[in-house]
Design a protein around this ligand. Sequence first.
Ligand SMILES: *Cc1c(COP(=O)(O)O)cnc(C)c1O
Length: 440
Amino acid sequence: MNKPLLSKNIEARSLEFVWHPCTQMKQHETLPLIPIARGEGAWLLGFEGERYLDAIGSWWVNLFGHSNPRINAAVHEQLDKLEHVMLAGFTHEPVVELSERLSSLVSGRLGHCFYGSDGASAIEIALKMSYHYWHNSGHPEKNGFVSLQNGYHGETLGTLSVTDVALFKDTYAPLLRASAHVPTPDWRYAAEGVSPEEHAQQAAAGLEAYLVQHHGETAAFIIEPLVQGAAGMGMYHPRYLKLARDLCNKYGVHLIADEIAVGFGRTGTLFACEQGNITPDFLCLAKGLSGGYLPLAVVMTTDTVYQGFYHDDTTFGFLHSHTHSGNALACRAALATLDIFEQDDIIETNRAKAAYLNHIAKPLAFHRKVRNFRNCGMIWAFEVETGDPAFSGKFFQAALAQGLVLRPLGNTVYFMPPYIISEQELDQLVAGTMRALDAF
Ligand SMILES: *Cc1c(COP(=O)(O)O)cnc(C)c1O
């Protein structure tokens, strides 16, 4: 009798009991699930010795590899001291140290840290805080939000209302509060002969046209700085950040920077906002914050916003609560992640890695099926010319056959590798991607 493979057993039980995210479950009648037994550096390992290079950082979260010895050690150590304590009325060392270090990393201008558990909860916090600030300041009419065309900020009801991705949003439209979208600076939408910088300026003019009319009822403008992830890694000129900041100042509207995906070195600087030389009123961080280890999110804000809540009246306070707010294990993982940035001079070493990948990827950039090959820091993306509406799923399979985890957004293939990836692994990534493309 043949014993069923362990991975087959796990796959079957998962399909029976686990409802997987972002998935039409019926597709798994033909599409296998991939059971993962372990993670090691940039690699995910199956139960039967399969090896997959995690080229998308497990949904953009993993920065320093799976089972990173330094983060593991820090979490182990914390585990023996304190796993969690409620943050209302109590505090602990990891959350204090993390908050101090994060504020020093944004030059102390966003000195107040409010914690949530995932990206969407960070965005909910920023939206509520922005409105509540205006409410406390005697402007309850400033309760609207404006965001970018094709923007993505999460999938809870509040965050979906500022998201503009039809696939995730349209079904739930009757449940959502209407919110406005202004033209995207994504240079893929630039008219013929218009440079990315000029396109950013035109998009900013669209923002101004909106704010001129609606600033009186607008609490905040929310953006993904430099790269619109779910839109298909739409990249834009940093000048837009400066123009948006100036317009928000001019019209008295908060600027919320959603750096959930782009924070922590993804765009080549620790935070994307640095490239526009701006400070937002709210900076939302999650994903890479804990090195991708544990669910942790933070919203950082200014003294002005904080003071707007500081009052004898309880209801002036920000009473929002997340049970696991500031979880000690997650904060410890985040501190270990910041240590690695410092000790290994990651921003600098990533620069060399990016240059190396750009060099070896030339044949890919000029592949006959590839359009708009682009790079920003440690993110690469390109569109594949195809008429196949099922491209994404098929390419995922083709890449997997090459030992690569690549999960295209529509016909956009992107790389968001962990920063510990080696030159040899980058070679494998590019060569495997070329073979997957040629397999079509
Ligand atoms: C992933 C993401 C979110 C949502 O984060 P979750 O942890 O999935 O809730 C919000 N905004 C951006 C830009 C993201 O990439």
